[in-house]
Design a protein around this ligand. Structure first.
Ligand SMILES: [Zn+2]
Length: 718
C-alpha cells in the first residue's frame, strides 16, 4: 500500500500561489519519515507553467545562503534526498495552466527583482511568464533562456513562428476569448492564468520539455495534473482553439466514412464544417443548449486518450533513453470522472482529487478501487463544497481529532489511500493551507505502516457490482459526473438515512446502489466493464466467476460479449441481481430468466421508491451470502482476506459534537465464517476487551467497545 502525502507545502496562513511550490527543506524530510511516506503527490517542480527557465531554476538553481541556514534546498537536491529514503516524489505538471505574473526586472542585470506580490502595482511593473519566455524578452532573467529549449524558435501547427506562447497555447471560448483557470488565480490580484489546450501541438511539445526537465532532475514519477484537458475548459465555454476545430472536423470526416455519425448530421458537409462558425452563425450558446455537444465531447475524450498517452509514453521513453531508468506515470483523475477510464492503462498508480470531501463515503472508495483495476489509488481531498474548511478550523482550535482520523482511515479501510495533507491547497479565496497536527497524521500512518498485512490487495467481497461504462459514461458526464452525485450528502455524520438525491438530476442508479450496499454493511467489489471502443472490451468470466452474486445497476447497454459472459456466469450457478433496465434491445433478460438465477428489481422515478425495491431484493439475496455480520448497523464494515488471515475493519461514525469525539459502540457482536486465532487492533494501541465463541453461524467475536476504528484480525490455522 502506498502511504501518500499531499505535499503542496503551501504556507500556513498565506494564500496558495500556483504554480511554483514553496521551497523544500531538510526538516520536511524528517516529517515525511515520521509519516512513513512512500509517495508524494503535487510535490514539486510546478513552475514550468511560468517558463522553462523558471522550472530549471526550481530544479537546479542556487539557494540563498539565508535559506540554506534553515536547510532549504533546490528541488533536485530534495528529490535525491527523498530517493535515498525510498520516498517517491511525483513532480507535478500543471498541464492546463499557462501563467503571467507581475514582475519588476532589474535594468542593469536583466534579472527578476520582484515577482508577483512585491511587483504588483510597483511603478516599474512589467510581466514575466510564458509570453516573455517565448519572446526571449529577458534572456538574463535565469541561467537558461529560449534558445536552450527552442534553438530554431517555436513553430505552430500552421507553420508560423510563435511570437507569444501565452496566447498561442490558450484554450478559447466561442467568441475567441481565452478561458481562465479561475480556480488558481488568487482573487483580487493581478496574476493571470489561462487554461491551455493540449490538442495544440505547440503546447504538447512544451509539456514534453517540462517532463524531460523533471526527469533530468531525478524524479521517480511524473504526475500529469488536469489530465483531462481541454475537457477542463468545457464548463467555462471552451475549447474553440484552432487546433480543436481542425481536429474536430477531421474526426467528423472519419466518423462519417465509418458510418458512425447520427441523423442530425445528415445534409451537413462535414469536411468544411467548423463547429465554432456553426454555433456563432446560428447564435447558439455553449455548452448549455449547444447542438452536437455529445459528438464534441466524444471527440475530446478520444483526444484526451491520445495525447495523455503521448505524454506518458514520452516520460517513460525519455527516462529509458537519457537516464536508463523507469519513470512512473500518474495523473490527476479528478473525482474519477468517466473521461479518465480510457487512460487507466497508461498509469502506474491512480491519483484522484475529490470533487467534494465528506466524512462518510465508502461507496466512493469502493468505486475507486474497482476503477483502478489492481493499481494503487491515492486520494487527495478538495477544499470546495465539503468538510475541509471546517475541519481545518477545528484542528487549528485543537478539536476534531476523531473526525480527522476518520478522514484518513476510511480510504485505507475501503481499499485506497488518503494522502496526508502537508500544506494542502485551500483554494483561491481562503488565505490558509491545510496543516493537520503532525502527531495525529503520524499516529494513523504509523498504524498503516505497522499493519500493512491488514490491507491486502486482491481480496474478494461477498458480491460484485458491475459498472457498465457503455451505460454510464455519458449519463454521468451529462449529469455532472461520478461520485459527486452521491457525495452531496452526509454532512451529518450520524445520520445514515439522510438523502441527497433531491431532484431527478441526481438520479444515478449505480451510485444509489453502491450507497445502499454500504449502508447495509454489504462487503462488495466493483468491476468495470469497458465499452469496446474507448476501452477494449476485455471483460472476462474469470473476473466474476468466484462471486456468488453480481449486481447490475440499471445497465441499459451491454456489449454482446458481456451478455454472453453474464449468461455463462448464471448457467454456472451464479446469482444475478439486475436493478432497473438490462441490455435493452437484447434477449438477455429472458435467457437469464431461463437459468432461474436472475432477480430483478424495478427502478422508479423517485430515489426512495427505487431504493426500497432494490434494498428488499438485495437483502433477501444477501442473507446466505454475508461473510460478516455486525450487531451495530451504524458501523462501517469492510473485510480483507489473504491466505494467512481475515481482517475485519470497523469504522465508528457516531461523532458526538458536544464532546468532540466519537462515542464508543458497546458490546458489538461480529459473526464471521473465518476460523483462527483472534486479535483486535486499535489505532492507539489500547487493549480492546473481547471474547470469542463458536456458533452455528461461525466465529462470534464480542467486542466490549469499538472506538473510532478497530480491526479484528483472524489468523487462519496453518
Ligand atoms: Zn483547444
Amino acid at each position: 500500500m502506498e502511504r501518500s502525502v499531499y505535499f503542496d507545502g503551501w504556507h500556513k496562513g498565506n494564500f496558495c500561489q500556483h504554480p511554483s511550490l514553496p521551497m523544500r527543506s531538510l526538516h520536511m524530510l524528517d516529517d515525511l519519515e515520521r509519516l512513513g511516506a512512500t509517495m508524494l503527490v503535487w510535490a514539486g517542480l510546478g513552475g514550468g507553467s511560468i517558463s522553462l527557465p523558471f522550472l530549471h531554476h526550481e530544479a537546479f538553481g542556487p539557494v540563498d545562503p539565508r535559506q540554506g541556514m534553515y536547510g532549504y534546498m533546490n528541488d533536485s537536491d530534495f528529490i535525491r534526498e527523498c530517493n535515498k529514503r525510498g520516498i517517491k516524489l511525483f513532480s507535478i505538471v500543471f498541464e492546463v495552466q499557462g501563467w503571467e505574473f507581475p514582475a519588476v526586472i532589474d535594468r542593469l542585470t536583466g534579472k527578476i527583482k520582484y515577482i508577483n506580490k512585491l511587483a504588483e502595482g510597483h511603478e516599474e511593473q512589467g510581466w514575466y511568464g510564458l509570453r516573455e519566455f517565448s519572446q526571449d524578452k529577458y534572456p538574463d532573467a535565469f541561467p537558461t533562456s529560449l534558445k536552450d529549449y527552442y534553438p530554431g524558435g517555436i513553430i505552430n501547427s500552421e507553420g508560423e513562428v510563435v511570437g507569444d506562447l501565452f496566447e498561442e497555447a490558450a484554450a478559447r471560448k466561442l467568441d475567441g476569448s481565452p478561458v481562465h483557470a479561475q480556480w488558481v488565480e488568487v482573487k483580487n490580484h493581478r496574476q493571470i492564468c489561462y487554461q491551455t489546450c493540449r490538442n495544440n501541438p505547440v503546447w504538447r511539445d512544451y509539456l514534453k520539455k517540462i517532463i524531460s526537465l523533471m526527469v533530468d532532475a531525478g524524479v521517480p514519477g511524473i504526475q500529469l495534473d488536469e489530465a483531462e484537458l481541454p475537457l477542463t475548459a468545457i464548463g467555462s465555454g471552451g475549447c474553440f482553439c484552432k487546433d480543436c476545430m481542425k481536429q474536430f472536423t477531421a474526426w467528423l470526416v472519419e466518423r462519417r466514412a465509418r458510418g458512425l455519425l447520427g441523423a442530425a448530421w445528415d445534409g451537413i458537409d462535414v469536411a468544411s464544417f467548423n463547429y465554432q462558425d456553426h454555433l456563432l452563425a446560428n447564435q447558439h450558446t455553449f455548452p448549455q443548449g449547444a447542438p452536437f455537444i455529445r459528438d464534441y465531447w466524444e471527440f475530446q475524450v478520444r483526444a484526451v486518450k491520445k495525447y495523455f498517452g503521448e505524454l506518458a509514453d514520452h516520460a517513460r521513453a525519455y527516462g529509458r533513453e537519457k537516464h536508463q531508468r523507469e519513470v512512473l506515470v500518474s495523473g490527476n483523475f479528478f473525482n474519477l470522472m468517466p473521461c479518465y477510464f480510457p487512460i487507466v492503462p497508461k498509469v502506474d498508480v491512480i491519483i484522484t482529487e475529490m470533487e467534494h470531501t465528506q466524512f462518510r463515503q465508502p461507496y466512493f472508495y469502493r468505486y475507486c478501487e474497482g476503477f483502478a483495476q489492481g493499481r494503487d489509488v491515492v486520494v487527495a481531498e478538495n477544499p470546495y463544497g465539503g468538510i475541509v474548511p471546517d475541519l481545518v478550523r477545528m484542528l487549528d482550535e485543537g478539536r476534531g481529532h476523531d473526525l480527522y482520523r476518520i478522514f484518513l482511515l476510511e480510504a485505507a479501510m475501503y481499499g485506497c489511500n488518503m494522502s496526508v495533507p502537508y500544506g494542502g491547497w485551500m483554494g483561491n479565496t481562503i488565505r490558509d493551507a491545510f496543516w493537520p497536527p503532525l502527531h495525529l497524521s503520524a499516529q494513523v500512518q504509523g498504524f498503516l505502516k505497522r499493519n500493512e498485512r491488514l490491507y491486502p490487495k486482491g481480496s474478494r467481497g461477498d458480491a460484485c457490482v458491475l459498472y457498465s461504462y457503455l451505460s454510464y459514461y455519458w449519463r454521468e458526464t451529462a449529469t455532472g459526473a461520478g461520485g459527486a452525485n452521491a457525495m452531496q450528502q452526509f454532512t451529518n455524520l450520524a445520520d445514515i438515512t439522510s438523502s441527497g438525491w433531491d431532484g431527478d438530476k441526481r438520479r444515478t442508479p449505480f451510485w444509489e446502489v453502491l450507497k445502499a450496499l454500504t449502508d447495509s454493511q454489504v462487503i462488495f467489489d466493483v468491476c468495470m466493464m469497458p465499452d469496446g471502443e474507448l476501452r477494449e472490451d476485455d471483460f472476462t468470466l474469470a473476473q466474476i466467476q468466484d462471486y456468488p452474486l453480481v449486481i447490475l445497476p440499471d445497465c441499459d447497454q451491454l456489449t454482446s460479449r458481456q451478455q454472453d459472459i453474464l449468461l455463462r456466469f448464471a448457467q454456472g450457478g451464479g446469482k444475478v441481481l439486475a436493478h432497473g433496465r438490462l441490455a435493452e434491445g437484447s434477449d438477455l433478460v429472458s435467457r437469464l430468466e431461463a437459468t432461474g438465477r436472475l432477480t430483478r428489481t424495478q427502478d422508479a422515478d423517485h430515489f426512495e421508491v427505487a431504493m426500497a425495491r432494490f434494498a428488499a431484493g438485495m437483502r433477501q439475496l444477501m442473507k446466505p451470502l454475508r461473510s460478516v455480520k455486525v450487531s451495530d448497523p451504524r458501523l462501517g464494515v469492510h473485510r480483507f482476506t489473504s491466505k494467512e488471515a481475515t481482517s475485519i475493519h470497523l469504522m465508528n461514525y457516531d461523532y458526538d459534537a458536544a464532546a468532540d469525539q466519537v462515542r464508543p459502540s458497546l458490546n458489538v457482536q461480529l459473526t464471521c465464517r473465518a476460523r483462527g486465532r483472534v486479535q483486535v487492533h486499535s489505532l492507539e494501541g489500547q487493549d480492546l476487551g473481547f471474547r470469542t465463541e463458536q456458533t452455528d453461524e461461525g466465529l462470534r467475536v464480542t467486542l466490549e467497545r469499538v472506538p473510532v476504528y478497530a480491526v479484528v484480525e483472524i489468523r487462519h490455522p496453518e
